[in-house]
Design a protein around this ligand. Sequence first.
Ligand code: ADP
Ligand code: MG
Length: 321
Amino acid sequence: MKDEAKKEILLVALGGNALIRKGQVGTAEEQFENLKVPIRHVARLSKHYRIIITHGNGPQVGNLLLQQECCEEVPRLPLEILVAQTQGQIGYMIESTLDSELMELGIDTQKPLVSLISYVVVDERDPAFRNPSKPIGPVYTEEKAATLPYPTRKTARGYQRLVASPRPITIVEKREITKLIEVGFIIICCGGGGIPVIREGRTFYGVNAVIDKDLASARLAEEVGVDIFLIATDVEGVALSYGQPDQKYLRTITLEEAARYLKEGHFPPGSMGPKIRAAIEFLQCGGNRAVIASIEAIEEAVAGKAGTELIRGAHITESIK
Ligand code: ADP
Ligand code: MG
């Protein structure tokens, strides 16, 4: 095993779909089972890289919101507390799965791991607060939606609550995370994009919002000096004309091409858009490599053999198929 301090730092951002696949209800068994493949990849990669894991929480926070609505006796909790809950539950699931995988590889004793409740500072003047646009949680009928105390929008699934999705400014625990990496910990942090907080003097207040986990991961990557930023999701990479007959997955894409395709609408705001933005920001802030790949191909993607890699400089787009 290489000297820890000389190893590159790899950040793996796991999509919410890594835990609850489309069509599943999200039992604990399903989530543990779904985690095995990506976490096995991460465990093997930890021999060669220092590792940070971040994760989404869309389906999990949606289920917590639904649970709250199903019960009148227990007080409803604000969104930032639900985000904190999902950091706990998902952190636990990732941690215990990773622990087993490291044990199988026989490297558990050299790899301490920890999951960290993480705050992410947002700006209270962020325009997102005046224009909540992120649909989350249970699906309502039009009649029910009209009676709710918060804004809603018709989505492909039905009417959903809209919340603000402000930009992440800084990760509050960045120094702790940097220190933990230095001493060899695998860290699970910034779950669900982090608990959104605003700063008043030296105090932080949670706010009713959700931060995009890809953008928060990019911020974290910049702040702790990550070398490779891998966004693991439920498709094999970035496609042009996604879902259309002429769909084409890309092997590499330049920053300029990515910005242009984003403008042309190839990468929608709620899904591929933030991944592309996050990858662009990471490279623009000096990161080495940004790759978007399937959760089933994490190791191959790190090796440059799968997924879509964002690259600097001019070049002609090459497609996978
Ligand atoms: P995650 O939970 O990993 O963040 P998302 O659902 O937010 O997953 O984003 C991944 C989804 O993005 C894919 O399942 C796919 O349906 C969608 N998508 C939209 N546009 C594209 C595109 N151009 N290329 C690939 N996938 C795309
Ligand atoms: Mg997403």
